[in-house]
Design a protein around this ligand. Structure first.
Ligand SMILES: [Zn+2]
Length: 192
């Protein structure tokens, strides 16, 4: 099974525009020095397959039976990790605010599940998937993410793996040092 170094992972992200450094206005309104959009690297099946295989590598001996991720952002990566491990891929969806297994997806009691996500920031949605697996009778054997931008704060009681760590700063516009030094924040994906 092939692996990817942190540099190779970031190169894939950078060459597809999935990771940009500069001065950005995020959808949340905050300004940031990093723009991260995994969909831009995962739109290329060959990159998605390489990333999935590399993220699966630390778990080859973990006897995972199922890979799960939160929809929509995690679906492709769960699929590719599951392909590499030869197991099935499920996704969770939010229903009435709670993360759930829908569409007839079920887990058998004690089923060994690997939870994956493209980017982990606070770990909030990943933790919700972990809780959803446990509430559905499954057992979580690991949490894997392509990119860790949590600054090491997203901790779990299971085996954690990430292909790369990225540190990003965010500020409200009025406190943004890049604006203070005269820069103009761009909104990625817009034509302005
Ligand atoms: Zn700014």
């Amino acid at each position: 099974m092939t692996t990817l170094s942190e540099r190779e992972t970031l190169e894939l992200y950078e060459k597809t525009g999935a990771l940009m450094r500069g001065h950005f206005r995020l959808t949340s309104g905050l300004h940031s020095d990093i723009y991260l959009q995994s969909a831009l690297v995962l739109q290329y099946p060959e990159h998605a397959a390489r990333l999935g295989e590399a993220l699966a590598a630390p778990y080859t001996d973990a006897r995972a039976q199922t890979v799960l991720a939160p929809a929509i952002g995690g679906i492709l990566i769960a699929h590719e990790v599951a392909r590499a491990l030869g197991v099935r891929a499920l996704f969770t969806e939010r229903e009435d605010g709670a993360m759930r297994l829908r569409r007839g997806f079920t887990l058998t009691p004690g089923e060994r599940c690997l939870v994956v996500e493209d980017v982990i920031t606070t770990g909030g949605s990943t933790r919700e998937v972990v809780e959803c697996v446990r509430a559905s009778g499954g057992s979580v054997i690991g949490v894997g993410t392509l990119i860790d931008r949590s600054g090491g704060t997203a901790a779990f009681d299971v085996k954690r793996a990430s292909l790369a760590t990225v540190s990003a700063s965010t500020w409200p516009p009025e406190a943004c040092p890049l604006c203070k030094s005269g820069g103009h924040a761009i909104k990625p994906g817009s034509r302005v």
